[in-house]
Design a binder for this molecule. Structure first.
Ligand code: PLZ
Length: 450
């Protein structure tokens, strides 16, 4: 890779790019914080890596005990440009010194408009587009559904098996998995229906056949004339990095267009060069009516957006969309800096290069170990699904054990999947190649030992 990408994104004065363990994980100072967390923070808020983070950048997270962990999770696909990209840091520092907040609905400012312009330019399709900004992915999804309902005058929304769209009430309803996201938190929003997802490793269906099944369900169980929107992650994130079979997404999008149903691509996890394209929709040749974004958009600051067809975006009445903090000026300054980095440092190419390292290594592990049932993803969004080789049943215990062992050895990996049997790799694109390779060595050793 270009060393400038690494050098420019390391963050902090000199964050050494290495895996370094000087204590067990957690070390004593981290343990002290975790004890305070247990006393002070609601038990429902979990953590994957038992450390107290004090610095992060390039491809490492450093803890209070002096351990340096290789980061293959990016804080759940957020720090695509790195945790402390100097361009983001400088933009944030300049903006906080100017003003932290006016509320865009009260006194508008330029950076919000500039982010909207950038998103309208970058989102798939050359039709007229508009955007609105929010705080989180879930909030963007909620607003996309509001816009679709207002624009169509219809109420029903379809989401898919294995979908993840957030933790608010409507987005819990859209999310498929009960534990830990929904269990005990109902009742959920009404007029949400679930359709089968194309999952080539498990359903063995072509994209066309999987789409036909989903479309039949929508026609018979809901009726197109009641359906406001279909929402789908082009590559599912929390659900297990499920890449639909070729043709599935285009067939759904075409059916939606023919029936006046708003097709929403939830690109909260896949967006902003993560999959080797600015948006994953491009990989499948689809042009969504609306896309929701968040995570990678602002280099680690909380920001989210709905972007899409201007006629749909303008359907909501004046004052119908907004929020106190949506499009906060500090987050917008960070987003403008991050977007410039995506484009000028060609991070789509960088994601594809990291993907080559990930796929080469994971395919060779899979060739020697039948417990690795599937390796899938795009760009720097890649996962391995663990199974019982004799039955093909999901092996969540193995995925959990491998992830836990890797973390204990100083490599941050995350699990995912409806069955919890998937380990996902989402390195920051600022990670040096050698560090990614070392991280994969540690995961391979953890698997061999498990
Ligand atoms: N849509 C596709 O991936 C967030 C959430 C993890 P927020 N995914 C990580 C967790 O356990 O909370 C996500 C996503 C997709 C929507 C969201 C929601 O984004 O910014 O977390 O609200």
């Amino acid at each position: 890779m270009s060393t400038s990408v690494i050098a420019s994104a390391v963050g902090g004065p000199s964050l050494s790019q290495e895996r370094r363990l000087v204590t067990a994980i957690p070390g004593p100072a981290s343990e002290a914080l975790l004890a305070r967390k247990a006393e002070a923070v609601a038990a429902g808020v979990g953590h994957t890596v038992p450390i107290q983070a004090v610095a992060a950048g390039g491809g490492v997270v450093v803890d209070v005990d002096g351990n340096s962990l290789i980061d293959l999770g990016s804080g759940i696909a957020v720090t695509t440009v790195g945790n402390a990209h100097p361009a983001v840091v400088a933009a944030v520092q300049a903006q906080v010194a100017q003003f932290t907040h006016t509320c865009f609905m009260i006194s508008p400012y330029e950076s919000y408009v500039a982010v909207a312009e950038a998103l309208n330019r970058l989102a798939p399709g050359d039709h007229a587009k508009k955007s609105a900004l929010f705080n989180s992915g879930a909030e963007a999804v909620e607003n996309a559904v509001k816009i679709a309902r207002k624009a169509t005058g219809r109420q029903a929304v379809v989401a898919f098996d294995h979908a993840y769209h957030g933790r608010t009430n409507l987005t819990m309803a859209l999310t498929a998995k009960s534990m830990p996201y929904k269990s005990g938190f109902g009742p959920f929003a009404s007029e949400v229906y679930r359709a089968p997802m194309s999952y080539p490793f498990r359903d063995g269906l072509s994209g066309a056949d999987a789409a036909a099944t989903a479309i039949l369900l929508m026609e018979k169980q809901i009726g197109a004339d009641n359906l406001a929107a279909v929402i789908i992650e082009p590559i599912q994130g929390e659900g297990g990095f499920i890449v639909p079979a070729d043709g599935f997404l285009p067939a759904l999008a075409e059916w939606c267009r023919a029936h006046g149903v708003v097709f929403i691509a939830d690109e909260v996890q896949t967006g902003f060069t993560r999959t080797g394209a600015m948006f994953a929709s491009e990989l499948f040749g689809i042009v969504p009516d609306l896309i929701t974004t968040a995570k990678g958009i602002a280099g680690g600051l909380p920001l989210a957006a709905v972007t899409g067809r201007a006629d749909l975006m303008d359907a909501a009445h004046l004052g119908g969309l907004g929020g106190t903090y949506g499009g906060n000026p500090v987050a917008c300054a960070a987003a403008l800096a991050a977007i410039e980095v995506f484009e000028t440092e060609d991070l789509s190419s960088r994601a594809r290069a990291l993907g080559e390292i990930l796929f080469a290594r994971l395919h060779s592990i899979q060739a020697a170990d039948p417990r690795v049932g599937d390796v899938r993803g795009r760009g720097a969004m890649v996962a391995a699904e663990f199974i019982d080789p004799t039955t093909g049943a999901p092996d969540a215990a193995l995925a959990g054990a491998v992830a836990k062992a890797a973390i204990a050895e100083g490599v941050i990996v995350l699990t995912c999947g409806t069955y919890g049997n998937v380990i996902r790799f989402l390195p920051p694109l600022s990670i040096p190649d050698a560090l990614l390779e070392e991280g994969l060595d540690v995961v391979a050793a953890a698997l061999a030992a498990a």
